[in-house]
Design a protein around this ligand. Structure first.
Ligand code: DGL
Length: 256
């Protein structure tokens, strides 16, 4: 048993959607969430820069005595997870666009994969496409995470951006939509309005948290106490950003 906290990391607010799921599945753990708000967006940056920021963030969480790290960010995972796992012995849990569960769904039509430019151009995604991407259509979504960071989960700006991103693909049969960036999970309801009811919107949050639980249990690292805490940190280090994080966290508890 190990009562040290679990470190969560994302470029900004997106990973809070994964944290919300973790709290449901693991109510007896303490969590420290670090958002690298100062350096958003990761998805349009050179991978070497994302790698450096991810290393810095993970070092920060290790210095806070975290027993495991969740890269609650598809972009950071695709660039940095391999290297971090080689360097560190602690569990490093990453995320990938949920192509595998999407490929298991019955029915015909395209699987639209919404993710950042960096995620969609890394070797990790190419090998995912090779295995599970028969019907997948990758769609980079520049500007979308910024709407979430600004708290715009619906309304004119985000809807017209989604319209311009999605409309080239809407004239074909669509089976499912993969939310391949943790920020986009907060836009689920707004994105769903562009599709008919039978189109499934799939994210990797629950699967990632199940994987975290398995890894902690295999390594004897689950907490032995009852109840847990959540601490938010941001590289912006200002009260407003921390309050915004709390607000997004409440929102995702309301949804579950
Ligand atoms: N939330 C992130 C992801 O899952 C990255 C968003 C960004 O910083 O561009 O990919």
């Amino acid at each position: 048993m190990d009562n040290r906290p679990i470190g969560f990391f994302d470029s900004g607010l997106g990973g809070i959607s994964v944290l919300g799921e973790a709290l449901q599945q693991m109510p007896n753990e303490d969590f420290v969430y670090f958002g690298d708000t100062l350096h958003i967006p990761y998805g349009d940056k050179p991978p070497a820069e994302v790698l450096r920021y991810t290393h810095e963030a993970v070092s920060r969480l290790i210095a806070l005595n975290c027993k495991a790290i969740v890269l609650a960010c598809n972009t950071a995972t695709s660039v940095a997870a391999g290297e971090l796992r080689q360097e560190l012995e602690m569990p490093i849990i990453g995320m990938e666009p949920a192509l595998k569960p999407a490929s298991l769904l019955k029915g015909d039509g395209a699987v639209l994969v919404l993710a950042t430019h960096v995620t969609l151009t890394q070797p990790k995604f190419h090998s995912l496409m090779h295995q599970y991407g028969k019907d997948a259509v990758p769609i980079p979504c520049p500007g979308l995470m910024e709407c979430v960071e600004a708290g715009e989960l619906e309304g004119e700006r985000v809807e017209s951006l989604l319209h311009s991103l999605l409309s080239p693909y809407l004239d074909q049969p669509i089976k499912s939509v993969v939310l391949g960036c943790t920020h986009y999970v907060f836009l689920r309801d707004t994105i769903a309005r562009f599709f008919s009811e039978n189109v499934a919107l799939i994210d990797g949050n629950a699967g990632t948290v199940r994987q975290l639980g398995r890894r902690l249990s295999q390594s004897g690292l689950l907490s032995g106490k009852s109840g847990g805490t959540v601490t938010f940190l941001s590289s912006m280090e200002d009260e407003e950003t921390l309050q915004h994080m709390q607000k997004m966290f409440m929102l995702c508890n309301d949804h579950t």
